[in-house]
Design a protein around this ligand. Structure first.
Ligand code: ATP
Ligand code: MG
Length: 437
């Protein structure tokens, strides 16, 4: 992509409304544009990151045996009446009336809808377990939307739902998600700590929140420092084996989000306890038959008798993750994207547009990258060098190739690694080889 073609409305000044780094940089880098409080358009640069995150989540969910589908954003009120949540959900739910006076709502979550789908389509215990998920926009009329995409009214969530015939199998489904979540966040270079959580309005028995540690996090967390160094299960993890030992290891040490935790009561871990702030990027629940019972979701068991389904639900804040990744990875100059979610892998800076040798070398580099399917953004604007450097640092691509007349005299370009700041003078081919690693 050439920057002269790309829609990248960057902003030099810090927007007044942005209190935290991710919000500031997302606005300044032209990733998002606020439409009204807590509601944003995703501009091309931001949308590319969102899609990458979505794809990592998809790959890890599929690997763990889940299947993707897509449910609508607008739901009928009836199913929420059946579960009993229509009246208790409160003002966060955006309620709508259609032209036939039917009560509808913009889904804040999808337990009811997926339960309705499963109860009307699955008849036998032989068709279970199933774990179905989608990545769909949600609406919650938050009292105080803030911090940009971190707490929006409209936000993208991955929400998955497991259906099993008994508790043992349901816990196994839960454990698969526990592991898949560790893997998903690790692939985004995030250290996400699973914390035992309240089950809250969703209700149920067992629940963990996954928190990314960051100073600007909304939750206060306490955990044993050793958890920070636990190794995340690798891509070869076999989801058909008993995963309980891995989950037990991750939950064996103290970790909790409850702000009322009395640390003095945990003297046994004393100095090992770290207190920090965290951003909730995922939340998993096992809640048994809470919805299936209320909504009559049963299957025929081996003896012909009805079995009420055991369920779990598993959320990831897809759009919140964009902000969380930036909170975890930035400096004063801008974003530092982890490779896996970077909107482009490389930025080429032409230091002197109009200089024949520079233009030719840049075009050659640009073409070579594209031929190798490297995602590349070429700054071919006739702008000052200062502006180009500042914008490239701001948007945070992992690699920068700086091409100017002086270096070219010796056949060299400069390769800069955004994360380490290390700069090297190399030939174009060597620069490309370094990037391809
Ligand atoms: P929070 O405690 O932050 O309000 P929640 O517990 O209500 O979140 P869940 O129902 O568990 O949220 O939703 C699953 C995930 O969706 C959360 O872990 C979070 O990452 C994300 N999420 C929830 N609310 C928002 C929001 N208003 N804006 C962006 N992401 C959100
Ligand atoms: Mg939650």
């Amino acid at each position: 992509m050439r920057l002269t073609d790309f829609f990248l409305p960057t902003i030099k000044e810090n927007p007044k409304e942005a209190q935290i780094a991710s919000h500031r940089f997302m606005l300044r880098a032209g990733m998002i544009r606020q439409s009204s409080a807590g509601i944003y358009s995703w501009l091309p640069l931001g949308f590319r990151v969102l899609k990458k995150i979505e794809q990592i989540i998809r790959e890890e969910m599929d690997r763990a045996g889940c299947q993707e589908l897509l449910m609508p954003t607008i739901q009928p009120a009836e199913i929420w009446r059946e579960s009993g949540r229509y009246d208790v959900y409160g003002k966060e739910m955006l309620r709508l009336i259609d032209r036939h006076d039917r009560e509808m709502l913009y889904g804040p979550t999808n337990e009811e809808m997926i339960t309705e789908i499963v109860r009307s389509s699955i008849r036998s215990y032989k068709d279970l377990p199933k774990n179905l998920y989608h990545q769909q926009w949600k609406f919650r009329d938050e009292v105080r939307p803030r911090f940009g995409v971190m707490r929006g009214k409209e936000f993208l969530m991955k929400d998955g739902y497991s259906f099993d015939v008994n508790k043992e199998s349901a816990i196994n489904s839960y454990n698969k998600m526990f592991i898949a979540y560790l893997r998903t966040f690790a692939r985004m270079d995030l250290k996400a700590i699973p914390m035992q959580a309240d089950t809250g309005p969703i209700g149920g028995d067992l629940s963990h929140e996954f928190l990314v540690l960051a100073e600007t996090g909304e939750s206060e967390v306490f955990c044993h420092k050793d958890i920070l160094n636990f190794e995340v299960p690798g891509p070869d993890t076999d989801y058909s084996t008993d995963l309980q030992p891995i989950v037990d290891k991750w939950t064996s040490l103290y970790a909790a989000t409850d702000e009322k935790v009395d640390v003095s009561k945990h003297t046994e871990i004393g100095a090992s306890l770290v207190s920090a702030r965290g951003i909730e990027v995922g939340h998993i629940f096992y809640f048994g038959d809470k919805y299936s019972k209320a909504m009559g979701a049963t299957v025929a068991g081996p003896d012909g008798n009805d079995i009420t389904l055991e369920m779990g639900s598993y959320g990831i804040g897809v759009s919140r993750l964009v902000g969380a990744i930036i909170e975890a990875s930035h400096d004063d100059n801008g974003i530092i994207w982890p490779d896996a979610v970077a909107p482009f892998k490389v930025g080429i800076i032409n230091l002197r547009v109009g200089d024949k040798s520079c233009d030719i070398a840049c075009e050659e580099t640009y073409t070579k990258m594209r031929d190798q399917y490297v995602e590349v953004l070429y700054d071919d604007r006739n702008e000052s060098v200062g502006v180009k450097f500042a914008d490239m640092d701001l948007i945070g691509l992992p690699w920068q190739i700086v091409i100017g007349p002086r270096g070219l005299k010796e056949g060299k370009v400069e390769l800069k690694n955004r994360s380490s700041g290390v700069k090297e003078e190399l030939s174009i081919n060597d620069a490309l080889n370094n990037i391809l690693g």
